[in-house]
Design a protein around this ligand. Structure first.
Ligand code: HEC
Length: 122
C-alpha cells in the first residue's frame, strides 16, 4: 500500500513539474513581470506571431506606441488584407481590446527590437 502511495505521489509530482516547465517554455527565457499583458498577447496574437519575444520583435518601442495609438488604427490596417485576420480586426474594434490594449502594448514594448531584453540570436 505504501508503495502505491509513493507511485501516485511521484506521478502527481512529475505532472506538476512538467506543466510548470511547459509554462516557462511558452513564456520564453526572459520572464516578464507583466503576466496579464502576456496572457492577452498569447491569447490574441501568438497563434500567428509566435511567443511574446518574437511578436514584440516586429516593432520598436516607439513603433508599438504608434501602432496602438488612435484606437490601434494602424495595427488594424495591417490586418485588413487577409481573410484569416477578420477575427483579429473585429477584436481591434472591440471594447475588450480597449481594456486589454494598455498592458498588451507594455508587453510588446518590453520585447521590442530595441528593448534591452530581447534575445539577439534570432
Ligand atoms: C489570424 C492571424 C493573426 C493574428 C491573430 C494577429 N496577426 Fe498580426 N499579422 C497577421 C498577418 C497575416 C500580417 C501581415 C503579414 C505580415 O507582415 O506578417 C500581420 C501583421 C502584423 C504586424 C506588422 C508586421 C510587419 O512586419 O510590419 C504587426 C505589428 C502585427 N501583425 C501585430 C499583431 C498583434 C499585436 C496581434 C494581436 C493583438 C496580431 N498581430 C494578431 C496575422 C495575424
Amino acid at each position: 500500500m505504501r508503495k502505491m502511495t509513493f507511485i501516485i505521489t511521484a506521478v502527481l509530482l512529475s505532472t506538476l513539474f512538467s506543466s510548470t516547465l511547459f509554462a516557462s517554455k511558452i513564456r520564453g527565457e526572459y520572464a516578464t513581470k507583466n503576466l496579464v499583458g502576456q496572457d492577452y498577447y498569447l491569447k490574441r496574437c501568438s497563434s500567428c506571431h509566435g511567443e511574446g519575444s518574437r511578436g514584440g520583435n516586429m516593432a520598436s518601442i516607439r513603433e508599438w506606441k504608434m501602432l496602438f495609438s488612435d484606437n490601434a488604427s494602424e495595427l488594424k490596417d495591417l490586418h485588413l488584407d487577409d481573410d484569416s485576420t477578420i477575427k483579429i480586426v473585429k477584436y481591434f474594434e472591440s471594447k475588450t481590446f480597449k481594456k486589454e490594449s494598455k498592458l498588451m502594448m507594455k508587453l510588446l514594448q518590453e520585447f521590442a527590437y530595441d528593448s534591452e531584453h530581447i534575445p539577439t540570436c534570432n
